[in-house]
Design a protein around this ligand. Structure first.
Ligand code: NDP
Ligand code: MG
Length: 389
């Protein structure tokens, strides 16, 4: 029996994790659930899974949740500080980090410090502070099991292998809804269009990141820290069918791939059940339905975010943190139709130029860089809107 804390239980990953829990009675116990603002769903989940505690980080929702659960022996907390305390409770074995964005960093660090095993979906945590997070995990002998499908694929390919024999990893990317499109088309696309991913149903932020290829850029950085790779050991290939989830090439030229239909429940269940595999009834891949698996090079000129992310990785220091913050702000604005699709890359680049570079940031430096970057990007957004109207 594994005792889980599911951070971000109301999101796309969080709800699918609870489906995995429900499908495997007796294997998992839900100790803690956390949500930000979706009080209604958090209350419903709490009634169904009877956690020991729930944390609603949006403090304005505390009373609503507390009152709704007053007939049950569930402890209710609010705020980020409480979340970082609760994840350290002794009753928890594994923490699933499924909060979106920089907001997920502190609670994951707290869980690592308390020696919890981490199932990590929140890639931004590693993009912002990968060196620090992995350093703390190593110091505490904490294992970080990836949930992101590409990284789960690489992790599965590495089972039983000597890490020293890895020549490179190849991250696959579907290319998103705008694969093959050029600037003249992209200049007019709206959020509603960008949210329609061909192969995956995901939260809004990662769906936009997939459309801009920033998601793949974030994943390159995530891969570096998770697997201790040099930057030049990470390749990206477009694979529109999303059947090969990623590959590892070894020093004898052998290339191992992990394949399957695109369904996040598989990497979620692998991460929370690790090191075991659980039998399930998910739909199986059928060769008859896929006569062709294809591959092509990413278009770095049109989808500049992927190039920006690689540059930020090469620059290192606080550059990925700044890029991530700027990206979170422009994606939020794009979802509200306040910025154009192509303008997002311009603003991320301008923010990277403005925020002071720090070669060896501390946690406080990351917090400050994140804050500064958000302020600059918000300023650029304001200016661009003034010039339109
Ligand atoms: P969603 O937007 O669907 O869910 C995000 C979750 O985080 C919700 O529970 C939300 O709470 C909570 N949350 C949002 N803001 C805050 C905050 N400020 N403080 C605390 N909690 C907050 O995202 P996804 O599930 O799609 O993604 C989660 C993470 O997993 C992301 O980092 C993403 O990149 C990664 N990932 C997702 C995949 C997917 O298929 N969805 C695939 C691979 C990685 P509420 O809704 O209550 O406001
Ligand atoms: Mg992914």
């Amino acid at each position: 029996m594994k005792r889980l804390a599911i951070l971000g239980s109301t999101g796309s990953i969080g709800t699918q994790a609870l489906e995995v829990v429900a499908a495997n009675p007796g294997l998992f116990e839900v100790e803690v659930l956390s949500a930000h603002s979706n009080a209604e769903l958090l209350i419903k989940q709490s009634r169904e899974f009877s956690p020991n505690a729930v944390v609603v980080t949006d403090e304005s929702k505390y009373k609503l949740v507390k009152d709704a659960l007053s007939d049950l022996p569930i402890k209710v907390f609010s705020g980020n500080k409480s979340l970082s305390e609760v994840v350290q409770w002794e009753s928890i074995d594994t923490v699933l980090g499924a909060i979106v964005g920089f907001a997920g960093l502190q609670s994951i660090l707290a869980a690592i410090d308390a020696g919890k095993r981490i199932a990590l979906a929140n890639k931004e945590t590693l993009v912002v502070a990968g060196e620090l997070v992995m350093g703390r995990a190593a110091a505490k002998n904490v294992q970080i099991i990836p949930v992101d499908s590409e990284h789960s694929a690489i992790f599965q390919c590495l089972v039983g292998e000597d890490r020293q024999t890895v020549e490179k990893v190849v991250l696959t990317a579907s290319g998103g809804p705008f694969l093959g499109r050029k600037q003249n088309f992209l200049v007019n696309v709206k959020a509603s269009h960008a949210l329609q991913h061909p192969n995956w149903t995901m939260g809004a932020k990662i769906s936009i990141d997939s459309a801009t290829l920033m998601n793949k850029g974030l994943e390159v950085i995530e891969a570096k820290w998770l697997f201790g790779l040099r930057n030049e050991q990470i390749d990206v290939v477009i694979h529109p069918q999303s059947i090969i989830h990623s590959m590892v090439q070894f020093n004898d030229g052998s290339l191992k791939a992990q394949m399957g239909l695109p369904d996040m429940k598989l990497p979620i269940q692998y991460a929370i059940a690790y090191p075991g595999r659980l039998a399930n009834n998910l739909k199986r891949f059928d060769f008859k339905e896929f006569s062709k698996l294809s591959f092509e090079q990413p278009d770095y000129k049109t989808f500049r975010n992927l190039a920006i992310a690689k540059e930020a990785l090469d620059k290192a220091g606080n550059a990925p943190c700044v890029m991530n913050a700027a990206n979170e702000v422009v994606v939020h604005a794009f979802l509200q139709n306040r910025v154009g699709f192509l303008e997002m890359s311009d603003m991320i680049e301008k923010t990277l130029e403005r925020v002071d570079f720090i070669q060896h940031p501390t946690l406080e430096d990351y917090m400050r860089s994140d804050e500064d970057a958000r302020a600059y990007t918000a300023e650029f957004l304001k200016k661009s809107q003034l010039s339109i109207y």
